[in-house]
Design a protein around this ligand. Structure first.
Ligand code: SF4
Ligand code: SF4
Length: 456
């Protein structure tokens, strides 16, 4: 079977400080959860509970208001103790609900009740998906129904691409989820396709994970008893950043040309999103938890943890045995997301969001720079004296969109005209290879959250 891969650039991304992709474990229940009312896309949900009110597990606590915002449910039973201002990054301010654990659980540990969905039409499925607060469980976290509406083109074919691409060791949580909830992920794919109006479901799988891809495809075929979907698998490269939208579209275009399978529009989602769809439609359970990969050189242990949404980073770090550095000597640095793409955590009370698929933690000595080189190294380069560019050309070799990161970085830094950075997909490959530790990606991509890591 042919492997479709993007043509140029990229890196082999390995990081020994990422958790092993073996098996997940369940987090202890958090004493406190913090639920921001605005997603990273900025739209705000409106609270429907008041301070002091008792809240049941899974109860609606904030309602989405049109495009960009989603319903929010309480992951724990408890009491709303207060609302706070949450500022994950300068210029991004949101209200957040603080719920303290109290009372009994009505979902945890109860037997699952499954609801038949095959008789539901796209409108009924979308209503359930919206009601239970399903959003894309990575990236910007757009409400799923917004994505469906954007891709609705009456009468024209639509392909749903399930992104099972593991080119980044920090995608360990997605990998464990696929293995442990294979049937839910696969059935969720069919439900998602029906809700979106897609007739074709394409599993895009890293070539190195062919076995997992086959298992997903077979599980989907078994669920599609009436044979209403066209189901297929495409093997893609495992070189980072294969899973990015840009590179995925590149290989899908090649595939469409050769295999004549993709016709009309397409949209892509992760397995975590289709598992959330399954929970909403089949189990009628809102998004209350998610798999998170937690690790990094400053933690004693690393693991894929199934954690309640709104849990604080400090609780996750405690699950991993705490820090292996003395905090009076070192500054601990936490980044949410992949080391190459992540954004700095605002502090130890930063909550896990529906989109938080990984957290990595490192540390820098308050004096000295005794750090081991690795992929996370450059993310904390602002603590370190960066060396001058030695014009080695490494950044040019790895840039998948054919930019010259050295040139663009220097133009931006020195305020020169003619900056051509709009094609940058912010993959971080240039950061990872630069021997001078220059924060190329951070400067070029200009993350809305500031990009670079900061101390917590
Ligand atoms: S990789 Fe770093 S040192 Fe080498 S050319 Fe690029 S910016 Fe300069
Ligand atoms: S310039 Fe942008 S696209 Fe190119 S390697 Fe750097 S981060 Fe990736």
């Amino acid at each position: 079977m042919k492997i479709y891969s993007f043509s140029r650039g990229g890196i082999k991304f390995e990081d020994g400080s990422a958790p092993d992709r073996v098996q997940s474990r369940l987090a202890f229940l958090p004493e406190i959860v913090i639920l921001p009312l605005a997603a990273e896309s900025g739209s705000r949900s409106i609270p429907v509970v008041s301070v002091g009110q008792h809240i049941e597990e899974g109860m609606l606590v904030a309602r989405g208001q049109g495009s960009g915002s989603a319903n929010i449910h309480s992951p724990i039973p408890g009491r709303l103790v207060k609302t706070i201002k949450w500022e994950p990054a300068p210029g991004f301010l949101s209200d957040a609900l603080v719920i303290r654990l109290e009372g009994g659980f009505n979902k945890l540990g109860k037997p699952e009740i499954k609801h038949e969905w095959t008789g539901l039409n796209w409108f009924e499925l979308r209503s359930l998906i919206a009601e239970y607060g399903v959003i894309e469980m990575d990236g910007l976290g757009r409400p799923l129904c917004d994505i469906f509406s954007k891709n609705s083109t009456v009468g024209s074919p639509l392909t749903f691409v399930v992104r099972c691409v593991f080119d980044d060791p920090w995608l360990a949580a997605e990998y464990c989820l696929c293995k442990e909830r294979l049937k839910a992920v696969a059935e969720g794919c069919l439900i998602t396709a029906r809700a979106a109006g897609a007739a074709t479901v394409l599993f895009a799988v890293s070539a190195a994970e062919r076995k997992l891809g086959n298992a997903l495809l077979e599980a989907a075929k078994r669920c599609d008893t009436s044979g209403q979907f066209t189901l297929a698998e495409i093997l893609v490269g495992s070189r980072y950043p294969q899973h990015s939208d840009y590179e995925m579209e590149t290989v899908l275009r090649q595939y469409a040309k050769k295999e004549d399978l993709i016709k009309g529009g397409m949209f892509m989602l992760s397995p975590a999103t289709t598992a959330a769809v399954y929970n909403a439609v089949v189990l009628r359970v809102p998004v209350l938890d998610r798999y998170v990969a937690v690790g990094g050189p400053a933690l004693k242990d690393r693991a894929v943890i199934k954690v309640r949404i709104g849990s604080r980073l400090r609780d996750l770090f405690a699950e991993c045995g705490g820090f292996n550095v003395k905090t009076e000597e070192s500054e601990v640095i936490a980044v949410i997301g992949s080391p190459l793409l992540g954004r700095a955590a605002s502090g130890l009370d930063e909550p896990i969001l529906k989109t938080s698929r990984s957290v990595f933690v490192s540390a820098v000595k308050r004096r000295g720079t005794a750090l081991k080189k690795s992929f996370w190294f450059n993310k904390i380069s602002k603590f370190l004296p960066a060396a001058a560019c030695i014009s080695c050309g490494e950044c040019r070799n790895v840039c998948p969109v054919r930019l010259d990161p050295e040139d663009v970085y220097k133009r931006i830094t020195y305020g020169k005209q003619g900056i051509l950075s709009s094609n940058c997909i912010g993959c971080g490959c240039c950061d990872a290879v630069c021997p001078s530790k220059l924060p190329l990606c951070t400067v070029i991509a200009r993350s809305p959250f500031g990009g670079d890591a900061c101390a917590v």
